[in-house]
Design a protein around this ligand. Sequence first.
Ligand code: PMP
Length: 426
Amino acid sequence: MTMGTHSEAAFHDAKSILVGGVNSPVRAFKGVGGTPIFFESATGATMTSVDQKQYIDYVLSWGPMILGHAHPKVIQAIQFAANKGTSFGAPNQYETQLAQLIQSFYPNMEKIRLVNSGTEAGMSVIRLARGFTQKSKIIKFAGCYHGHSDSLLVAAGSGGLTLGVPDSAGVTAGVAQDTICLDYNDVDSVKAVFSTYKSEIAGVILEPITGNMGVIKPSVAFLDALQAGCRDTGSLLIFDEVMCGFRVHPNGAQGLLGVIPDLTMLGKVIGGGLPCGAYGGRAEIMDYVAPEGSVYQAGTLSGNPVVMAAGIATLAEIKAQNYITTVSQQTQSFCELLHEKGVRHGLSVTQVGSMFSLFFSEKKPQSLIDVKNSDIKRFNLFYHGLLEKGIYFPPSAYEACFTSIAHTQSIYEKTFQSIMELLSLS
Ligand code: PMP
């Protein structure tokens, strides 16, 4: 078999031993077609492939790298911590420092538990919501992703108010039945579900600014309905800020939207590029978690000192330099221009803070149904055009792009020109 690029060869080798050649499905490029690019290094806003081609990176490891890749302060912190031992499996003071820093951004997280991924945060908040409320049902929304735990890999049933069905083989119908999946921004179904299942709902979980179906904002009426439903039935409002945390407002989506959830999930940015997640909220609820309470959750590598050091360096730098605001403003200018000039080519740009999405659709999507109605085929062609021009977007029409402090004006200009050239061709 003749091999073309080094990436193609690397993918061929990977497929012989790794399932699908990857360790996380979207990386396999099934959404956009073609061969995934293998990278060997990254610095600032740029990643270099094994074929020595440079790409402007708008994936940023799916969000964490808000300081850009290999930021000197983060690398230094990792090296310093690693030199003192890579894991203790016992308490260390970095854990308290990272939690304090997180709380300085998210004052409503009165108590915090650090974990190793967003998935762990997701499965833990669901168990906690059930343990605290003594109820079993969870409401989630189509297009929101909260990690791959069983209760959350659930799709909508056939009718609006029916219980959920498994969204993956291996998730049992029994588990799925305790999750109700509704359309994002659909106020009527939220109200209807709360009135039908009032005494059974443990919690409502959502991405308060979505990233996993592209960037979509919740309407005020939708948020009001969620808050009223939770208040009236004693269920918990859970914000999954794993993706939008530290990207839309210095106090998170909850600060931007002025809505205080009972529990918050975080991930990505808080680990500075190393594996980390967190959940937290009102002390009264969090004290149900072991060892204080009866909801069990643990982790051998949770609070790992090297990870903590990377997270502390990242959050400290963001805070000291007010980067959330700066990157948001730069991203907004870029996206406003792109939307204005792109509209006549059928492009809609959505953006909140340092997250944005491009949709080939006449209007800005409000839910997964709208996203699915956008021109995915055109996106995929456009995607490969971007790659040729050295611009790396998430390999799926359903994802958000991310920016960093390393994305300079000239990088935005190059991206803008490239997108305009591609639009005029298609
Ligand atoms: N929640 C959200 C909103 C996410 O975007 C993700 C991952 N993309 C997760 C949870 C799961 O995080 P992880 O991949 O770290 O398990």
